[in-house]
Design a protein around this ligand. Sequence first.
Ligand code: BES
Ligand code: MN
Ligand code: ZN
Length: 502
Amino acid sequence: MEFSIKQSNPEKQRSGCVVVGVYEGGKLSPAAQALDKVAAHHLSDLIARGDMNGKSASTLLLHKLPGIAAERVLLVGLGKASELSNKASVEILHAAFAALNATAAKDAALYVIDEGVGKDAATSTSSGQAWVIKQAVFAAAEQAFRADGMKSKPAKAAALKSITFATLEKPSAALKNALDQAVATAHGMELAKTLGNLPGNICTPTYLAARALALGKAHKSIKTTVLEEKDMQKLGMGSFLSVTRGSEQPAKLITLEYNGANKKQKPIVLVGKGITFDSGGISLKPGAEMDEMKYDMCGAASVLGTIQAIAEMGLKLNVVGVVPTCENLPSGRATKPGDIVTSMSGQTIEILNTDAEGRLILCDALTYSAKFKPDTVIDIATLTGACVIALGHVASGLFSNEDKLAKELLAAGEQAYDRAWQLPLWDDYQPLLDSNFADMQNIGGRAGGTITAACFLSRFTKDYRWAHLDIAGTAHKSGKDKGATGRPVPLLTQYLINRAGK
Ligand code: BES
Ligand code: MN
Ligand code: ZN
């Protein structure tokens, strides 16, 4: 899909469809007014007849209006101007692209960014217009995304190939820059969604490594390295290796080094959980919905998606992606409850539940990350079911050992409408990890399960500034809409854009 911004008159737009807004009660947006004037009050007439009430996210498709150059006009309801929240804006954009994709229009011009859409998102670093452009690109990409690549007869792709964000006034350079960033971010989300949706028998650790190597091939700025189990053995990664023992698939430790700035600049390290299937291991999960544990590599997928996005943007920053990846399966060789392992840090861990495996692979990857002398380390993981209970499917859980970093990530989440919510990392929770036999145990009981998981990780991140994102509730949807969301690629990418000062 191609995106562009340009200033133009709605009635003169030669395109498959012109999209304009109508407020609840029938008030026309300025672009709709311009059309109405040329089209002999066609629009105000049909509104007076009651065919379009302007309710938020409603749509009405019209054909061949008199005096209008475009083949179609799509009216989208903007609701009440006073109620145009971020949430409503995103829903309106999704409704517009869903309606566009149901037509045969190959191109469309949208007059939405001149409206107040998204105005409560205007911040010091992004205008309301930039916010709308970004959300519009994400909505267009999401509505065009197909997950049926493995069906024998995939559905035909939508006809829509080219989208113009049309403005009544000349667009600023900052707005054009926001569009380029949004497009690269959407591509990164697409990669993360595609990888997340792939089944475990295809998306193995070896497959993820191949995709990471391909990213290195496609971008000169990315260098990919893959460590094998024997290398990890030498590094003393006894915790990570304990998780892969039951699997026939070899574990991999992938690193992607993106160099966008001076070599001397300390990198930001992103560590992504890459369990390509989590059966729970010997502490086997119940059968219902176990298929969704193919999504247990969505942290890894978000790291690949984010690195691809910033490479496409050419962000002036150094970023390293670290992806520990393996399967968690039961077998005669698998790790058992009660087993004690030694992590790369030297700390010993009593594994009381083999289903708390994410922290076991992450702790060694976090220790390993110190070798890059990081400015900041952020890990991203579908870590705990308890996070889904705490925050549902709206916000990712956020923890940090530095409040300034937490605030920056929360703000990036707001800017990208990919939000997180901070939870406490207080010492008061640490004793729940005490073990009689080892330095710690890998579970802290049912109470505060998301927090004790983060506390576990905090024992391996003392030497640098660190944050942890628990994306168990946000990385994928279940039920009828089952599928990866591409989150938190928008949050991470926005954070990195902000860090690059662009
Ligand atoms: N991958 C799961 C967490 C998860 C659950 C992600 C639901 C997405 C949806 C993780 O490895 C896990 O199994 N965690 C356990 C931890 C428990 C044994 C302490 C959990 O949440 O039940
Ligand atoms: Mn698990
Ligand atoms: Zn898991």
